[in-house]
Design a protein around this ligand. Structure first.
Ligand code: SF4
Ligand code: SF4
Length: 692
């Protein structure tokens, strides 16, 4: 009876402290912005894959498997813990043992997992304490953060040791008393064999000590977790469930900006009756924690501080200040700091500090290439780039603070329909001497081409990429593809403006383009630019523009698969080619195979870079970086990536993106390798192989 009373007391204390902590953390959610979820079926599927199957953690197989085993072990061991709680409250002994053979199976698994987890945790501690693993370090990783991780790991270790000893003593006690053994304990049975002959009394005392130690450690651990990085033990599953489910390249729309842009484009709409939502005056972007969405805050609470995001961040790798882990840790810390004031004084509370400005500097925010490598890697599906972009949106739209290069690009897009200072009238100069049909002419002739070839600003104006547009046109003409271009009716897709935080400009471009595309009833779009591919395919639908968008590598793959293209390789036969994955084709939209299968169809040798496909390093141009100076660091991202490409010993670096092409070409020049190594787009390589 005394045991029951003591146990009930410890359960009450545990629950009370836990409830108090949860209330402390969760009451701040009401100050965050609303965000609808939807698509629950897809969310459940993602939760199953990411949280339960540990799909993302297993991207690094060895350490991933160890972590996954700990997680799966926890799930199994919970069964025994629940039984202990029922036994403790009702004074029973192994109350669930009637569920044979399920009970035997669960006990056996739990017993084996206890050993596996013990070994894994010792390995984790050794890594943390004695091996200099880069991702465990960084300015945001204070002594407290590191100690916190070590304390949590030590408690898990003690939990497993006490569990195993409890099982061992239970077996010794049954052995000494002749009582029936409930459950199967293969590991503990083996350990117990070294202590056979232990008296029933000693075994019983040992059993009780370990029983209490184990259950009390669970209660203590449950209340320490919310204050440590291991809070993800509770938060990871719900966080994965509410996390972003759209392709990584998609940027969420800002409906309040759409309203403004539509008013600008059609002032008559200003007299329309405003809806309730529209009357709400909102801040554009994120300045402080009350501007983040509840999902952002949930992400911040779930961050395990593992540093997987920071370890793949091109900005961080090249010595810049940005660390996506710090973005999440700062969001959490800022809410912890400002939350109590918000509770007392409401949203008007101002302590003179902000998330963007006090915690995260502009230098950090502008260093991001929006490559999404961090989001790809995060084991709990946190999306760091969307929060970084929201802070850029605030800087650009509320404070007019953007790096000067970006301001110039914005002005050019607004005035010339391209980020460079060219006349929109010159948009077709790239095609001089080629036969390139125009949509307007086709319409006049009563024809409706199957494809629109979206040339893109770089394809029309960038000196190097104009050559790629020309070569792709030669391929299209060679295979008599039914296509046309918009010519001077095309204007910038707005991708650069959007990712640099100028949502207003992006939406103006998007709405203008959609109007033109609708006029021609466009259904299928071909493009060489992965950024336009992503924007037209994933983002224009939010404004009513729905198209089948095909990247030129996908189109070429289709031509090859249909047996129409036979390439002899020409001068490429004895060349070694490596392919640099563009972030907005690969990571953002999952297309890794099309460019590779086109390259494989060209007789030549191929070699992969160390970081390839979803692990590929960004070229450094995305997120508007191409139009601004890089932030201070050890080296530029494009140099890091070019060095990696050169380490393969390749003759050709193949690309499939105008920005990547500029960056890799600059990298080759920087490394003085222009004679030995060339940079070609896949369209050029196909054209060369066909002898066009
Ligand atoms: S999107 Fe890329 S550059 Fe930006 S924080 Fe993530 S990994 Fe770093
Ligand atoms: S954001 Fe994700 S990957 Fe980065 S430290 Fe946190 S949990 Fe790890």
């Amino acid at each position: 009876m005394l045991k029951q009373i003591l146990f009930a007391l410890s359960v009450i204390i545990t629950l009370a402290v836990f409830a108090w902590t949860m209330n402390r953390l969760f009451k701040y959610f009401k100050f965050t912005k609303k965000k609808p979820l939807g698509d629950y079926g897809k969310r459940l599927w993602i939760t199953f894959k990411v949280a339960f199957l540990q799909e993302k953690i297993l991207r690094k197989p060895v350490i991933g498997l160890m972590h996954a085993l700990v997680w799966w072990g926890f799930i199994v061991i919970i069964f025994g813990s629940l039984e202990m709680i029922i036994d403790g409250l009702f004074g029973t002994e192994r109350i669930l043992s009637f569920m044979v053979p399920f009970y035997d199976f669960m006990m056996a698994c739990g017993d084996i997992f206890a050993l596996v987890i013990t070994i894994a945790i010792i390995a984790f501690l050794v890594r943390r304490l004695f091996m200099h693993i880069k991702r465990f370090y960084g300015p945001e990783m204070t002594k407290v953060s590191k100690m916190d991780a070590n304390i949590a790991l030590t408690i898990i270790l003690l939990l497993m040791v006490t569990l195993q000893l409890m099982n061992v003593d239970y077996l010794l006690w049954t052995d000494a008393t002749g009582e029936k053994v409930h459950g199967v304990y293969p590991v503990s049975k083996w350990i117990a064999s070294f202590s056979s002959g232990t008296s029933a009394e000693s075994a019983w005392v040992g059993y009780q000590i370990n029983w209490w130690a184990h259950i009390l450690l669970i209660f203590i651990f449950a209340n320490i977790l919310p204050y440590s990085k291991h809070f993800h033990v509770f938060m990871s599953v719900p966080n994965v469930f509410v996390s972003r489910i759209e392709p990584l390249g998609y940027v969420e729309n800002m409906p309040n900006i759409t309203k403004e842009v539509k008013l600008m484009m059609d002032p008559d709409a200003a007299f329309a009756e405003p809806s309730e939502d529209e009357e709400e005056v909102e801040r554009f972007g994120v300045l402080d924690v009350e501007n983040v969405s509840w999902v952002n805050y949930m992400n911040a609470l779930s961050c395990t501080e593992c540093g997987r995001c920071t370890s793949v961040c091109p900005a961080n790798i090249t010595g810049k200040l940005l660390s996506p882990r710090k973005v999440m840790m700062d969001t959490r810390a800022r809410m912890k700091e400002k939350g109590p004031g918000l509770v007392k004084e409401g949203l008007d509370y101002d302590d003179g500090k902000q998330l963007s400005g006090t915690y995260l500097t502009e230098e950090e925010l502008w260093a991001c290439t929006l490559c999404n490598a961090c989001a790809q890697e995060c084991p709990v599906n946190i999306n760091q780039p969307s929060l970084i972009l929201d802070m850029r949106r605030y800087l650009v739209m509320e404070e007019s603070k953007a790096p000067s290069g970006l301001n110039t690009a914005f002005a050019n897009i607004e005035n010339n329909g391209a980020p460079w200072q060219f006349s929109p009238e010159d948009r077709m100069l790239w095609a001089e001497g080629l036969e390139v049909p125009l949509m307007a002419d086709k319409l006049a002739a009563g024809e409706k081409p199957e494809y629109l070839f979206w040339v893109g600003s770089a394809g029309a104006f960038d000196d190097r990429y104009k050559k790629v547009s020309r070569e792709f046109i030669k391929v299209l003409n060679h295979f008599k593809v039914d296509y046309a271009v918009l010519g001077i009716e095309e204007t910038d897709s707005g991708d650069i403006a959007r990712r640099a935080g100028n949502e207003m400009l992006f939406q103006m471009q998007a709405l203008m383009n959609i109007e033109i595309l609708s006029g021609y009833e466009i259904k299928k779009i071909l493009t060489c630019c992965p950024h336009d591919f992503n924007t037209l395919m994933n983002e224009y639908p939010d404004f009513g523009g729905n198209y089948e968008v095909i990247h030129h590598t996908q189109f070429l793959q289709h031509l090859i698969d249909s047996g129409k293209v036979k390439m002899n390789g020409g001068t490429l036969k004895d060349k070694k080619i490596t392919f640099h994955d563009p972030c907005y084709l690969g990571r953002a939209n999952g297309e890794y195979e099309a460019p590779r299968s086109v390259l494989n169809a060209i007789p030549s040798s191929k070699v992969e870079m160390e970081r390839n496909k979803s692990f590929a390093l960004c070229c450094g141009a995305g997120g508007g970086q191409m139009f601004k100076e890089a932030e201070k660091g050890d080296k530029e991202v494009f140099i890091e990536r070019t060095e990696e490409a050169l380490r393969t010993g390749c003759d050709i670096i193949a690309t499939a993106c105008p920005f990547c092409m500029v960056m890799m070409t600059d990298g080759i020049k920087y490394k003085n390798k222009e004679e030995e190594v060339k940079n070609y787009d896949i369209a050029e390589l196909v054209s060369m192989s066909l002898g066009l």
